[in-house]
Design a protein around this ligand. Sequence first.
Ligand SMILES: Cc1cc2nc3c(=O)[nH]c(=O)nc-3n(C[C@H](O)[C@H](O)[C@H](O)COP(=O)(O)OP(=O)(O)OC[C@H]3O[C@@H](n4cnc5c(N)ncnc54)[C@H](O)[C@@H]3O)c2cc1C
Length: 302
Amino acid sequence: MQLLNTLMAHAMPWIPRSLIQKISRRYIAGDNLDDAVACVRQLNILGFDVTIDVLGESASNLQQAADTACEYMRVLTAIQEQGLKASVSVKPTALGLLLDMQHCEQHMEQIVVFAGHHQISVCMDMEDVACTQKEIELFARLSVRYSKLSLALQAYLLRTYQDIEALVQNRSSMRICKGIYLEERSQLVDGAWHDRSAINPHFLAHVARCFDTGTFVAIATHDCALIAQVLELVRSRDIGTDAFEFQMLLGVCEPLRDKLLGMGFSVRIYVPYGKDWYGYSIRRIKENPQIAGHILRSLIRS
Ligand SMILES: Cc1cc2nc3c(=O)[nH]c(=O)nc-3n(C[C@H](O)[C@H](O)[C@H](O)COP(=O)(O)OP(=O)(O)OC[C@H]3O[C@@H](n4cnc5c(N)ncnc54)[C@H](O)[C@@H]3O)c2cc1C
């Protein structure tokens, strides 16, 4: 089965887009803001917090970046007007980080100012290593002025041990995730290029660093062995439930997220929506251990 999954992962570019779209429905709220709002409402009723992501990878021109910023303002307005328990997650490249840093910073600032005014949190997603330093510097400039901003860090990167220090010094909230991009071996912690569980001790070390320094941390993983280790850390250090939250992606490991919520922990669901669904869907489908089964079932049904 493992071999079949690997083959399916490599075959992804040849699988029809319509089929990818069908499989990925569970991971995406829908095409538009109304779909996202409906999804957030359902999750809020169940007791989950949410972070909303407007789908889209790197902007290819400044107009596209401005359009994305506009869409985020619509999202923030909906959260505020409809009283949703939701924050937003933003990819700086979608706001033009790689085109024009000044423009990107203006868009980001507009979002953070509006969000802060309405007590809505904003998390900057972390992207591939071509962006890491730029995103850390952008965050550093904005977070001194706006406290509702947090940053994602990737435990698979060696450099995160240095990067986290500046954040904990300033008590900046952060999200720790394993990391999703294909990076060169030299950038990664030992074993991470072929074994996702090799990232776990590093992930745990970063969470512990946040606990030690009283820095709020979002623990973004579906890895149940890792979550068990985090819970052990919480118990052994008597960490309060307001010091952290778990975060999971929409449609992934739902029984695990329900269990954590039932145990009394805060759980935030990452809810993406938008027309630009392809890149995000491919990443999620490749991460699914039952990838082959899903594709084969969808092929049979179509
Ligand atoms: C809220 C949130 C925000 C994120 N933000 C970022 C970010 O800013 N930058 C970044 O680089 N990455 C981000 N990620 C992605 C993250 O880095 C991982 O790629 C992703 O979460 C999978 O890693 P994992 O920790 O779940 O562990 P893995 O070891 O990859 O997976 C553990 C187990 O989870 C289950 N699982 C994982 N994914 C799926 C799936 N799609 N379908 C079904 N089962 C699955 C499987 O059982 C798997 O064995 C984010 C993830 C989350 C949850």
